[in-house]
Design a protein. Sequence first.
Length: 197
Amino acid sequence: MLKYLTMIFSVLIAVCLVTYSGLMTTLESSSDTSNNSTKEDLPIGSFEVWIYDYPMADVQVLVSSQVLAIKNRNPLNIKSIANNEPWKGQIGTDSQGHAIFSSFSYGLRAAALTLRAYDRKYGLNTLEGIINRFTEGDKIQIDKYILFLSVRLGVEPHQRISIKKHLPNLLRYMSRYECGITLPESLFTPYDILAEM
């Protein structure tokens, strides 16, 4: 038993070190000021400010699922960017316009960038504002989604929140709602780290 615990602990330490190293590299490259254009001038899919691109391998057990969000490796069912370059890691578009990604980490990255743009570009920083823009459907379904998030995040639907601070849990619970399952915790670790910075 002790042997297995030691092995698990060693793997966790290695993952943390790799994550920290990649995070520092990403933050250093995003602070490069040699480019005259700001990150805000780029299309939504090109933002690289504090959004960590974590090239994690797919969790193969999920790939056989018939749930759209899982099949597309797109945990929040993000749409393709209209008349623009594809999202990083996007390998296609389904018949409903949802992006198909090569890995779940790229799908979460697109979701994080979308939520960040809602806040920065449109000033949407309440659950009501975010979900009303994010979700298509009738009012009952939208209200159900908002309530789901409100209970899990412990904030009122109309309460203003810091998107950066709440991003990891927004991604967790929105993906839980969209996929119907809880995705592996390691997919969200980079966003936990960045939210604390």
